[in-house]
Design a protein around this ligand. Structure first.
Ligand code: HOZ
Length: 427
């Protein structure tokens, strides 16, 4: 029988490059046909053949309270009934800004945008505008959206500037981007010693989620904070993925480090397009209309999206929310690790709050190089065995996974049972 997913994928490729609107969805890394999703509820979604999957991407992070949570749906329906977009300020924008500032104390003022890419791109412009400097530092393996200056990989040596990772990004645009190793505090010290007074900002995922899950060491982030303060460089935490995921106040609460600017997204939109950047009021004062750093957006602070985000932010503040989320995520990772061990498969896992990493490697990686050394072929086989068993993991060995508040014990146990079968197929 012809699968509806196959039919839709064939059609999609006629009108959309690669058949998808975001590359990782195309299953290129793991092979096979992407699933076209028709509906979702709680920890599950269903594909075009009406097959149900336990979902561990949660829309790549936003679905922290589970899919189609009745409270969020009601808030969206109520907001939509009042009008979809006004291009003028609303009370909802004031309320969500107040909520974000309350939950993330390093954020004194915040500007809403529509995607994580916009948030990091604008944060970068702000840092450059406020410092009058051009150079920026990022780390290999951290992904900050697809702005030109950030699609850069390391150059040939430590203090050489980077090379574009995408066609269409002129060398000239990235000649100010220095790419250093994640978790290498000494390298960062050396870079600042060499050119600290020219660096506008350091941007980092304090818990990286785009090279699988890789946590920063406290020493690495503390060194970064110290150097940025010493040299008047803006420290930007990209918490688009880990914000409200690893803890209520984000990774900065977990590590007890205050960045100057934070980029947020995903959870703050509850499944609709809301992202934000915010931080020290003196820095945010450089933004137009107060200052000379320009940024704008027709759908920024969209009332329906803000309603979804605000209701999600309220739900995650319910007592015990993060304790339960962390417990379920740890149960998942521990169960998968035990199942791999029983099967004799080299495997490790890590979990922080509602985010997790699965690695076909003996130890949890701490850098881009160690992540890349994990066994991608085994991951791909495991991915397909799990998919066949009704469990949807991220279709790439280099993406983090996400658990929602609706992943109860029965769901986690069903996943571990599926994994026992999947690991057995690998040996
Ligand atoms: N940026 C996401 C991967 N880290 C993918 C987003 C999507 O395809 O929806």
């Amino acid at each position: 029988m012809i699968s509806n997913n196959d039919t839709l994928f064939a059609r999609a490729q006629l009108t959309t490059p690669g058949g998808v609107n975001s590359p990782v969805r195309a299953f290129r890394s793991v092979g096979g046909t992407p699933r076209f999703i028709t509906r979702a509820e709680g920890p599950y979604f269903w594909d075009a053949d009406d097959r149900r999957y336990i979902d561990y991407i949660g829309s790549w992070g936003p679905a922290i309270v589970g899919h189609a949570h009745p409270t969020v749906i009601k808030a969206v329906q109520d907001a939509a009934a009042r009008g979809l977009s006004f291009g003028a300020p609303t009370q909802g924008e004031v309320e969500i800004a107040e909520e974000i500032c309350k939950l993330v104390p390093s954020i004194e003022q915040v500007r809403l945008v529509s995607s994580g890419t916009e948030a990091t791109m604008s944060a970068l412009r702000l840092a450059r505008g406020a410092t009058g400097r051009d150079k920026i530092v990022k780390f290999e393996g951290c992904y900050h959206g697809h702005a030109d200056s950030l699609l850069v990989k390391a150059g040939s040596g430590l203090l050489t500037f980077g090379n574009p990772t995408s066609a269409g990004v002129p060398e000239d645009f990235v000649k100010h981007t220095l790419v250093l190793d994640y978790n290498n505090a000494q390298q960062l010290e050396d870079a600042f010693k060499d050119m600290g007074d020219q660096i506008a900002c350091v941007i980092v995922e304090p818990v990286a989620g785009n090279m699988n899950l890789v946590r920063a060491t406290p020493e690495f982030l503390q060194t970064m904070r110290r150097l940025c303060t010493q040299y008047g460089t803006v420290l930007i935490f990209d918490e688009v993925m880990c914000g409200f995921r690893v803890a209520l106040g984000g990774a900065q609460a977990l590590y007890d480090i205050k960045p100057d600017i934070t980029a947020l997204g995903k959870v703050i939109g509850g499944g609709l397009p809301v992202a934000a950047f915010g931080g020290r009021a003196d820095l945010m004062g450089h933004m137009a209309p107060l200052g000379s750093v320009y940024q704008a957006g027709t759908l920024s602070g969209n009332p329906v999206a803000v309603a979804a985000g605000m209701s999600t932010l309220k739900l995650i503040q319910e007592p015990g929310f993060y304790t339960r989320l962390g417990t379920q995520t740890s149960k998942l990772v521990n169960g998968l690790s035990a199942a791999a061990k029983e099967a004799g498969v080299t495997f490790s896992g890590d979990a922080i709050g509602g985010m997790f990493g699965l690695y076909f490697a003996a130890a949890v990686p701490d850098s881009y190089a160690t992540v890349m050394a994990s066994n991608k072929d085994l991951f791909n086989k495991f991915f397909h065995a799990m998919l066949d068993a009704g469990v949807y993991l991220a279709p790439s060995a280099f993406e983090a996974g996400f658990v929602s508040a609706q992943h109860d014990d029965a769901v986690i146990e069903a996943t571990i049972a599926a994994a026992r079968g999947a690991f057995a197929q690998l040996v």
